[in-house]
Design a protein around this ligand. Structure first.
Ligand code: F6P
Length: 345
């Protein structure tokens, strides 16, 4: 009997459990066994695994997080970890792995396949949507819906108080959440990591809006956004606490403080943070997670290892991990330009 090991690595996101469920159900349908591996690669290093039954995945399609737990463990960092993984796979009779992860986990998976020869298939997940080779990742749609809902709510309080609201969203290397969430929420300005911003330009735009009678504005800032000229920040790029100790401020807070100082308009900052990664997945994420999970098991049955499930248009396909790890997928700048049409400049 074939036994598949399934693990989730890196940051969690809504939809992971739906993938685990789909992998398990699809494997059981073939008469195979499934072993759940706890806490990412760590579970294979310390032999923390559990043989699944149908009950193990009952009722989890709607649950956020991951029933397996996760970690950012990189087995190539510690001497002996790769060998420990090989031993666990042998001892537990695991024939192939389904690895559900974002960029870090997929990089390790690619090395495990290419250098160590472990048969595996990967499934892309991250709310950031920045994985090369696929049009979407598990978790992204849910994050966008949370951001859109937050912006809808910020509009009404911004209008009531005639304020500028800055909302910082996740996205260290790519502005997908900011752009798609910002367009859906009707943001008035969107800042992304792909395009360094000019703070004077942002403030000029907000001032013009104010002068034309629009007394409230929503500014969406991806956490990885950077100013083109850091020196242009009149209020600086750091803050001090009561004792004079320098504190690290996120870009959302820096932008909010600068806008208020330059325009003299009351400005509030909301950092959405991990709220974007929590709670139940949207129907779209449940379905894409299910399709990816089933496709991963199909790939194992065909011996198509070293591949990642991917959405290409409306079709679920496989792409080589060797391509996936060559970079990360930047946001669509055409879509970003389109967003600008609605900024009312
Ligand atoms: O990569 C996904 C992500 O949610 C990023 O958007 C964010 O910067 C990061 O993870 C946060 O990681 P952690 O949960 O370790 O704080």
């Amino acid at each position: 009997m074939t036994t598949i090991g399934v693990l989730t690595g890196g940051g969690d996101c809504p939809g992971l459990n739906a993938v685990i469920r789909a992998v398990t159900r699809a494997a059981f349908a073939r008469g195979w066994g499934v072993t759940g591996i706890k806490n990412g690669w760590m579970g294979l290093i310390d032999d923390h695994v559990e043989d699944f039954s149908t009950f193990s995945v009952a009722g989890i399609i709607s649950r956020g997080g991951t029933i397996l737990g996760t970690s950012r463990t990189d087995p190539f960092r510690e001497d002996g970890d790769v060998e420990r993984i090989r031993q666990t796979l042998g001892r537990r009779g695991i024939d192939a792995l389904v690895v559900i992860g974002g960029d870090g986990t997929l990089r390790v998976a690619e090395m495990m396949y290419r250098q160590v020869g472990i048969p595996l298939v990967a499934v892309p997940k991250t709310i950031d949507n920045d994985i090369l080779g696929t049009d979407t990742t598990v978790g992204f749609d849910t994050a966008v819906s949370i951001v859109t809902d937050a912006i809808d709510r910020l509009h009404t309080t911004a209008e009531s108080h005639h304020r500028i609201m800055v909302v910082e969203v996740m996205g260290r290397d790519a502005g997908w959440i900011a752009i798609i969430g910002g367009i859906a929420g009707g943001a008035d300005e969107i800042l992304v990591p792909e395009v360094p911003f000019d703070i004077a330009d942002v403030c000029r735009h907000l001032k013009d809006r104010y002068a034309s009678g629009r007394k409230s504005s929503i500014v969406v800032v991806a956490e990885g956004s950077e100013p083109a000229d850091p020196e242009a920040f009149m209020s600086g790029l750091t803050a001090s606490d009561a004792t004079g100790h320098e504190c690290i401020m996120g870009i959302g807070n820096l932008v909010g403080r600068e806008i208020q100082q330059r325009l003299g308009v009351e400005t509030r900052v909301t950092v959405l943070g991990h709220v974007q990664r929590g709670g139940p997945p949207t129907p779209y994420d449940r379905i894409i997670a299910t399709r990816f999970g089933v496709k991963a098991v199909d790939a194992v049955s065909e011996g198509r290892y070293g591949m990642m499930t991917a959405l290409c248009g409306s079709e679920v396909t496989l792409v080589p991990l060797s391509y996936v790890v060559t970079g990360n997928r930047k946001a669509d700048l055409e879509l970003y330009r389109m967003a600008g049409l609605f900024f009312g400049r």
